[in-house]
Write a protein of this length. Structure first.
Length: 587
């Protein structure tokens, strides 16, 4: 099933989805009209969210797609069109308002409907200079809807009246149009598809997944939407579903790097579909999976239990049998590309297979000691690859490539390995997140399960791993001798060179370490004995037939260097029993 087909089917299952020809839009203002066209009331529909007022989502006739042309919406629009008033410079406001008036006069024509007559009379009577008498200044540029005053009290707006719906209802016809690529039915083709809004970094006016705006994209004499015939109703359905999923609190989206990721499930059992969506939201992190009411707490607890079992490697069929094969799951990653929207990744799979791949990823990423904050969201791992840890600095395409690899069980992108190594050399930070990413790549891409252990392996003879351990031991000796207030440790000065070109720096570090150990021995002889023993054990594991400090290390050996450093450094701070020898020496 294609992306657009899946979205169109999902639209049918969205509660309170707008009717065909309508779309959810932010409406900040409702004007109640008297039958004579004068203003009866002005209602501010915005809701307070912190210090801001946010417009309310409301189904209205689908908006037109504006570029540079002046095009009014039907029965609603922003104040520059509907009232001829804007907070900006207003260079085109007169023309925009006139276009709004002319459009509705032509569209409505002769009518005896009281609501439509009141609206036409309002357009005849209204002058932009009247704005200050009826409206507050902060309502400029809000979207406006209209209603007869007695119907406004019943929450019935002009665009919902039967006469207005009759005008709006163009309907699909069996006798005309083309075969729709989504539905397979003959119907009028959408010339322009509805805009997709909510993609992080995209244009505020929205973007397009399907568009043909240059001659080079067209063929066989077709223009715009005719090149990929999708019916108007199908285009509204897939765009409506995607816009719904992209809303901030929809519970169907999460931001992973530059990829705005939406997900949804399809199953005969709607409860199982909803459960799988909550589990996936908890898997990748960032989705709104919080319990909104007391009765949801049990469901949230259930999600946590299932997720922990998946991370522990249990098969979903053994944890939640109905989720294994009975749920079809879809994941779509989108990123902005000028006025278009790029598809970063697309996955259509059974939830059981997805959970299996996630369990494998969890095993790949397992590290000891673990992150003190617990399992992190994908975007938090990606932040470790970004300059200053900022989400907007995550390398392009990396989020999509890594997410695709996680969900499909394929090798991780090697750009992830190179990027993590580069960030470690740059800022010298080797934490649990970065160490786990290095380990995961080594295990899955290079089959180094033995060389890349979960916890410290004192018998590991890999040269990169041993050199990382040795570097951590030298750093620990320096800290023990000089304290933690040193302006720049050997890690700050030499980590990059030591991990890439060991021969250049390790002889120097060895000499410096001897001085540090001597200083420690004068104050804490027991610690010196422990440190010398650790360094000696590491050196004894080196291959006696090769140079212990090679000229260069490959990228995989540099990753093992980082892993060995992480394990050994944390081992120094782990609680341990003090031997009788160290106790007697310290006394």
């Amino acid at each position: 099933m294609t992306i657009l087909q899946s979205l169109a089917r999902a639209y049918e299952r969205i509660p309170d989805a707008p009717r065909p020809g309508f779309a959810m839009q932010k409406i900040g203002l409702a004007i109640g009209l008297n039958p004579g066209g004068t203003i009866a009331t002005v209602t501010d529909l915005r809701e307070a969210q912190g210090k801001k007022k946010v417009a309310r989502q409301m189904p209205v006739p689908a908006p037109v797609k504006r570029t540079v042309a002046i095009l009014p919406n039907t029965f609603w629009d922003k104040t520059s069109y509907a009232l001829g008033v804007t907070a900006g410079s207003g260079k085109r406001t007169v023309q925009e308002h006139q276009a709004f008036v002319d459009h509705h006069r032509k569209l409505i024509g002769a009518t005896d409907d009281p609501g439509l007559l009141a609206f036409l009379r309002f357009l005849d009577l209204w002058q932009p200079e009247m704005f200050e008498a009826h409206f507050s200044e902060d309502l400029r540029d809000e979207n406006v809807v209209f209603a007869l005053e007695d119907e406004r009290l019943q929450n019935i707006h002009l665009h919902g009246r039967p006469a207005a719906l009759k005008i709006l209802n163009t309907g699909d016809t069996e006798g005309g149009g083309q075969i729709c690529l989504i539905s397979g039915k003959r119907a009028p083709v959408a010339r322009l598809h509805p805009a997709i809004k909510g993609v992080w970094g995209g244009q505020s006016s929205g973007g397009s997944i399907v568009s043909f705006n240059l001659d080079a994209f067209e063929s066989y004499g077709h223009e715009q939407g005719e090149n990929a015939p999708v019916s108007e109703s199908a285009a509204e359905a897939y765009a409506g579903a995607l816009n719904h999923f992209l809303q901030k609190d929809s519970g169907h989206r999460v931001q992973i790097g530059d990829a705005s990721t939406v997900f949804w499930a399809e199953a005969d059992d709607t409860q199982m579909a909803a459960l799988s969506e909550k589990i996936f939201g908890a898997m990748v992190g960032g989705a709104d999976t919080k319990a909104s009411a007391a009765e949801d707490e049990a469901a949230a607890k259930r999600v946590g239990i299932v997720l922990e079992k998946i991370r522990a490697g249990q098969a979903l069929k053994d944890v939640e049998p109905k989720l294994g094969e009975g749920v079809r799951f879809y994941v779509l990653g989108l990123a902005p590309n000028a006025a278009r929207i790029s598809v970063r990744f697309w996955l259509a799979e059974s939830f059981g297979e997805l959970a299996k791949n996630y369990g494998r990823y969890s095993a790949d990423m397992r590290i000891a000691p673990p992150d003190p904050h617990g399992t992190r969201a994908l975007w938090q791992y990606l932040s470790e690859t970004a300059v200053l840890g900022k989400r907007e600095n995550v390398p392009p395409n990396l989020a999509g490539e890594w997410t695709r690899a996680i969900l499909t069980g394929t090798p991780y992108p090697l750009t992830l390995l190179n990027t993590v190594l580069m960030r470690i050399r740059s800022d010298g930070i080797i934490n649990a997140r970065r160490a786990s990413m290095l380990k995961a790549i080594l295990v899955r891409n290079f089959r180094k399960e033995k060389e890349a252990p979960v916890a410290l392996d004192p018998d590991n003879r890999n040269k990169g791993y041993l050199l990382g351990r040795l570097f951590a031991a030298y750093e620990h000796a320096q800290t023990g001798a000089l304290g933690r207030s040193v302006n720049a440790t050997i890690k700050d000065k030499f980590y990059g060179a030591a991990s890439a070109q060991p021969r250049k720096v390790f002889a120097r570090l060895e000499a410096g370490s001897a001085n540090h150990l001597s200083k420690i021995g004068k104050v804490r002889p027991g610690q010196r004995i422990h440190m010398e023993r650790t360094i000696g054990e590491i050196m004894d594991l080196m291959d006696p037939n090769s140079d212990p400090f090679p000229a260069t290390l490959s990228a995989t050996e540099q990753a093992l260097f980082g892993l060995g450093y992480y394990h050994q450094r944390n081992a120094f701070f782990a609680p341990k029993e003090i031997s009788s020898e160290e106790t007697s020496t310290d006394a």
